[in-house]
Design a protein. Structure first.
Length: 138
């Protein structure tokens, strides 16, 4: 496995796909990097020479924010939004969708599993409700 910017990239993948294992590098960005380093995107990772790996590493370190640096930047920008009480910061803080999606229904990924709201009754009230009585005072 080749190690680029601290990430192990699987040997059997094409370089173009292998680069996407790095956080912050997608397909189009990987193509741009390969064009800048003049490496064929069809080469397998196991066939890369040390020189090519060094070229890729230098290109990534020089021109791209990836992995830890990118994660740190994202976290700090979210914290900044929360500190200045921006609308987006408040949404992040409350765990709700940030980009204007509806929340009346859906948004389960952000909000988490449903929290059922109900009344906790004593044993006598539960048995009275089952019997047909509403459990209120008479």
């Amino acid at each position: 496995m080749a190690r680029i910017v601290g990430i192990e990239i699987p040997n059997n993948k094409r370089v173009e796909v292998g680069l996407t294992y790095i956080f912050g590098i997608g397909h189009s960005c990987a193509r741009r990097i390969l064009k800048a380093t003049s490496i064929s995107p069809d080469i397998r990772v196991k066939d890369l020479t040390e020189d090519q790996i060094n070229k890729l590493t230098q290109e990534l370190q020089r021109n791209y924010r990836v992995e830890g640096d990118l994660k740190r930047e994202i976290t700090s920008s979210i914290k900044r939004l929360q500190e200045i009480s921006a609308y987006r910061g408040v949404r992040h803080k409350r765990g709700l969708p940030v980009r204007g999606q509806r929340t009346h229904t859906n948004a389960r990924t952000r909000k988490g599993p449903r929290k059922t709201v109900g009344v906790i009754r004593s044993k006598e009230q539960r048995s009275a409700v089952k019997a047909g009585d509403k459990g209120g005072k008479k």
